[in-house]
Design a protein around this ligand. Structure first.
Ligand SMILES: Nc1ncnc2c1ncn2[C@@H]1O[C@H](COP(=O)(O)OP(=O)(O)O)[C@@H](O)[C@H]1O
Ligand SMILES: [Mg+2]
Length: 218
């Protein structure tokens, strides 16, 4: 599905590249974990794979098409249609309900939110087991529930790949385990998952794991 070949990324002013010469394949249906110490380049690699940032060299093939050098506009469109991204912080809007937060990605289109979008948002909340909490604001939800709303929002647009950067980083271990179990369920239902985690136990929950050290795949 996604093939990164000889990817490198340098940040301006940094002594060493954050990612150097990484070659990696993500297959459809994978649950791939990326582990490694803090500063080893995990987030940078995830951001390159999910097209949030452009690599300085190397190529990124999505279903055979090179997207590393596509225009920004094309990359934005691709990202919105194909990729979902969640972070350690959930980035939910506090004054909106869970359902409204999940509807957010639909708001920047020309058309008003319709029945189809509403149905899709409701279905996503069901899939993350929050059907009864549609009207709750983030402040009324637990940390794990907030992260589940963020996952529902990320996936509401129909993306088939989820990139998650330390999705359990802010959660206690039991809540973190529940998030991993949810990702496994979504993966069994067909979602491809690429997850950065520094928790070795969680890294074993997928079908593949790679480790980064000093910007390289160890
Ligand atoms: N925006 C940035 N500007 C400059 N350096 C950065 C930036 N983001 C990350 N880095 C550096 O790149 C390296 C890899 O960082 P990162 O990808 O965040 O690693 P990880 O997610 O494994 O902790 C680190 O040395 C970090 O300090
Ligand atoms: Mg990181």
């Amino acid at each position: 599905m996604l093939y990164a070949k000889n990817i490198s990324k340098f940040y301006q002013g940094a002594e060493n590249p954050a990612v150097r010469d990484v070659t990696l394949t993500v297959r459809q249906g994978d649950f791939l974990s990326i582990t490694g110490r803090s500063g080893s380049g995990k987030s940078t690699l995830l951001h390159v794979l999910s097209s949030l940032i452009r690599p300085d060299s190397g190529s990124l093939l999505l279903e055979g098409k090179d997207i590393a050098c596509a225009t920004d506009r094309e990359r934005t469109r691709l990202r919105k249609e194909k990729f979902a991204v969640v972070f350690q912080q959930h980035h939910l809007l506090p004054y909106l309900s869970a359902l409204e937060n999940v509807l957010l990605p639909f708001l920047d289109t020309v058309k008003p939110v319709g029945e189809r979008e509403l149905a899709s948002a409701r279905r996503m909340l069901e899939q993350v087991r929050l059907a009864g909490r549609e009207g709750s604001r983030p402040g009324q939800l637990s940390g794990g529930e907030q992260q589940r709303v963020a996952i529902a929002r990320a996936l509401a647009g129909g993306a088939r790949v989820l990139f998650a950067d330390e999705p359990t980083g802010n959660l206690d271990s039991a809540t973190g385990e529940a998030i991993i179990a949810l990702l496994q369920k979504l993966n069994h239902e067909g979602l491809t998952v690429v997850m950065v985690t520094h928790n070795p136990e969680f890294a074993r929950c997928g079908n593949r794991a790679v480790t980064m050290a000093d910007g390289r795949l160890a």
